[in-house]
Design a protein around this ligand. Structure first.
Ligand code: 8DG
Length: 141
């Protein structure tokens, strides 16, 4: 008899925020001490047990930037296969009442014109998020 070992892949759901303010978009640089060191991302993080995507988003943004975000729209989910796990990014277009952030995790943040987003070194999964964000902006015109 031939045994086939089918290993289940860990699927990590990561809600993240494409934060818009005055026509610019927020990019966050990951800490040198974390995975994907010094690469750029949209703030957010992994879902905790029992949380919805939205609850995790609000918690993570409060933890990382010390602000509340308001969700405007949802972008398509994108995934990145890392072999041992799959990261599923769940991006939300968001706005904030204040940009007086307190950074607790990021090396730095930048506000960029949407057109300038590709100038940064994003994590691979984010390249699709940016593409989908462009489609979203184009559909709004
Ligand atoms: N928040 C966020 N995470 C992203 C993006 N793109 C991307 O690949 N990721 C990855 C990095 C992390 O592996 C995971 C988010 O988990 P996390 O924010 O809790 O970060 P972490 O360094 O503690 O996670 P880990 O890789 O050590 O498991 O998703 C993005 O745009 N935003």
């Amino acid at each position: 008899m031939i045994e086939v070992l089918v290993s289940e892949k860990l699927v990590v759901r990561v809600p993240c925020a494409v934060i818009e303010h005055n026509g610019k978009v927020l990019a966050g640089q990951r800490s040198a001490a974390l995975s994907f060191p010094l690469q750029w991302e949209f703030p957010g993080g992994k879902l905790e047990k029992g949380e919805t995507d939205e609850q995790a988003l609000f918690r993570e943004i409060m933890e990382e930037l010390n602000v509340s975000v308001e969700i405007i729209d949802k972008l398509p989910e994108t995934s990145k296969d890392q072999g041992w796990r799959e990261i599923v990014l769940v991006p939300f277009v968001c706005k904030v009442d204040t940009i007086d952030f307190i950074l607790t995790e990021h090396e730095q943040i930048l506000w960029l014109d949407p057109d300038d987003l590709p100038t940064l070194d994003w994590t691979e999964a984010d390249l699709n998020v940016i593409k989908n964000y462009y489609d979203y902006l184009a559909a709004k015109i």
